[in-house]
Design a protein around this ligand. Sequence first.
Ligand SMILES: Nc1ncnc2c1ncn2[C@@H]1O[C@H](COP(=O)(O)OP(=O)(O)OP(=O)(O)O)[C@@H](O)[C@H]1O
Length: 258
Amino acid sequence: MTPVLELRGLTRSYGSLTAVDHVDLTVAKGERHALIGPNGAGKSTLFATVAGTLRATSGRVLLNGRDVTALPESERARRGLLRTYQHSSLFLGCTVLDNVALAVQRVQRVAHRFDRPARGFRRTQTRALEHLESVGLAGRAHDMASALSHGERRQLEVAMVLAAEPAVVMFDEPTAGMSAAETERFVTLLEGLPRTLTVVIVEHDLDVVFRLADRVTVLHLGAVLASGPPAAIRSDEAVRAAYLGAARTEDLFTGGAR
Ligand SMILES: Nc1ncnc2c1ncn2[C@@H]1O[C@H](COP(=O)(O)OP(=O)(O)OP(=O)(O)O)[C@@H](O)[C@H]1O
């Protein structure tokens, strides 16, 4: 396997509390990797420390073998490690198309900086529309982003992620607040993402996790309790105990842990 993201002894403390405790993890190119764990396990802190939103207390984050631990979030994003936020970061006063066009432009500014402006503009619009088509929003291209439903806004964010052409995208609880129908549409969309993209997802909905993930890492009290393919995690007694105490493992993975 070709590792794209490696965490080595990654630790993040808040004063005397160690929220993320010497986490070692390797994510392969193209993998769908889910981070789960009970409330307070350290998922958000780990996520933010990997993305560069928070500084690590110790340990290292490697992206494609390069140490990015000292880099801020913006620089990690420029190098292909992109995160989404639970609260959307769209330009609500712009059209749906313009939101994606802006994301496309950031990449194209580097690749085509010697093009004539009109040609660059057409290229940007075409690419942006292609991304909107791939997330099922081409029909809403000229609507304001503010007119989109919650689920559609999340779809738009995926189009913006695709436009940025990252190596790794980290989704932070993407289905939070979605209806069942929106969740279904969104998970289908994630399932269809190209395998050139590596996906790390923090998600409370375990049905979503076990549908999407190739591998699942369970955090408990900041440390890795278990990491492996979904089937192994489902049957892991320590995982069950960490989540729910007496409940049966099967109950855990049919929505009972929400
Ligand atoms: N800014 C902070 N200052 C101090 N302690 C914090 C801070 N943020 C989180 N913590 C603590 O760190 C631990 C891990 O929290 P974190 O939010 O990373 O867990 P989580 O698994 O994402 O939880 P949840 O599922 O509830 O979102 C918890 O004990 C939490 O109280």
